[in-house]
Write a protein that binds this ligand. Structure first.
Ligand code: MLT
Length: 411
């Protein structure tokens, strides 16, 4: 009989969001009249921007005509999209990123996992705690860890605790780590990083030969003009960082699928013979072998984000969700709950009241308010006692959910 990748057996029972889904389904089946409002998974609810839709419809028409039909596209993405991204998202902010360093993909979640293909198995890996679970689970699957302890921490990973005490930004480690996952604006805490904080990481990475895997999926939600949107705004980052970005949250592409990863050509890591190898070449080789690109139609839709109309419509969408975040913050604060985040990020991170555990608070909200959030402990041991509320929903649902929570918790 064939054998399995035993590393999968080390994983905790279910990925966080399917586990939430199971509990909500069970509750809904038992309480068919309950009007459940889902503020759990960060999935968008508002329709695609008109500019993106029109571009996709035009692209479908092109595909229906022999003269303009497209077969396989470049595995790295079409040049016209990569150019627009390079100009608008990076060069306009003074980042030295060339279009050829941008790889279009079908999601940041996939890229965050797939990037491990090009790294050795002997790297010391650091993650914050709490953290987006994909960074941890993909390392477990790749065999980069031992087993989990009773707190759910995997042997071999370096956990960098983040809490209100350090503004949910990790201290620079004393020890040497080779790969560091950073996510700003942060999922799940909604925290942000200043240029000074990122500079400290870049300095650390350069002096230790480490690489920062920088997840900027939520950069569009930054409202403070002083905050950096990209790690490449920091001098020296080209020699030590890879950045992941997505169209999922800003342009509502969670179901449409389009993202990008920037691998600078200056970025190198060591081979076992001590030579320096360009990671761009490895990632290009990996993508050319295992990936056939994002559909032409979707890439045309993503390109439309950069048109004048597209920029205005995306801004409107982002503002809409951020207004939701501000309602959540205000209402929960009025209900006497301690809240963090939600100012430069679409997530509000709530301290559970009365010492309730994250899952107990989850069950309480589900059963008494019919509102779904995400238990902080699902993001790591240090998330215990916290709860994440997503701003991705209709205004009506956000107002109704926060009204129910306020009624329940207001003294
Ligand atoms: C979340 O809720 O954390 C996000 O939806 C996860 C993701 O983008 O994959």
């Amino acid at each position: 009989m064939a054998s399995i990748n035993e590393n999968y057996l080390k994983l905790k029972a279910g990925y966080l969001f399917p586990e939430i889904g199971r509990r909500v389904t069970a509750f809904a089946e038992a309480n068919p009249a309950a009007k459940i409002i889902r503020l759990g998974i960060g999935d968008v609810t508002e329709p695609l921007p008109v500019a993106c839709r029109e571009a996709m419809i035009a692209a479908v028409e092109e595909m229906g005509d022999r003269a303009s039909f497209k077969g396989y596209g470049p595995e790295q993405g079409y040049g016209w999209l990569r150019e627009k991204i390079a100009q608008h998202d990076f060069q306009a902010r003074g980042c030295d990123v060339d279009a050829s360093e941008i790889f279009i993909s079908d999601g940041s979640k996939c890229d965050c996992g797939n990037i491990l293909d090009i790294f050795g198995s002997d790297n010391r890996i650091a993650v914050t705690d709490p953290v987006y679970p994909v960074y941890v689970d993909t390392n477990v699957m790749a065999g980069h860890t031992g087993d989990a302890n009773e707190r759910g921490e995997y042997e071999g990973l370096v956990y960098l605790p983040i809490s209100a005490d350090n503004n949910f930004t990790a201290e620079i480690p004393q020890e040497k780590v080779d790969l560091i996952y950073l996510c700003f604006p942060n999922n799940p805490t909604g925290a942000t990083a200043t240029k000074e904080h990122l500079k400290a990481w870049v300095d650390y990475a350069r002096s230790h030969g480490s690489i920062i895997l920088f997840d900027a999926a939520y950069e569009a939600f930054i409202t403070d003009p002083e905050l950096p949107h990209s790690i490449f705004e920091i001098e020296g980052a080209r020699e030590c960082a890879i950045e992941f970005r997505s169209f999922s949250k800003n342009a509502g592409f969670t179901g449409t699928r389009c993202a990008l990863t920037v691998v600078p050509k200056a970025l190198k890591a060591k081979a076992s013979d001590g030579s320096d190898v360009e990671l761009w070449k490895l990632w290009n080789r990996r993508q050319s072998t295992k990936f056939n690109g994002v559909s032409y139609i979707v890439q045309r839709g993503a390109e439309a984000v950069y048109s004048e109309a597209g920029q205005a419509q995306v801004k409107e969408l982002v503002n809409f969700y951020m207004e939701n975040a501000s309602i959540i913050r205000a209402q929960l604060t009025a209900a006497g709950l301690q809240v963090y985040g939600g100012i430069n990020a679409p997530y509000v991170w709530v301290k559970t009241p009365n010492g309730l555990s994250s899952w107990d608070f989850f069950d309480k909200l589900l059963h008494t308010c019919n509102v779904v959030g995400t238990p902080g402990s699902g993001f790591g041991a240090a998330g215990e006692g916290y709860f994440r509320i997503s701003a991705f929903n209709s205004r009506e649902n956000v107002e109704e959910a926060t009204r129910r929570i306020t009624e329940k918790f207001k003294a």
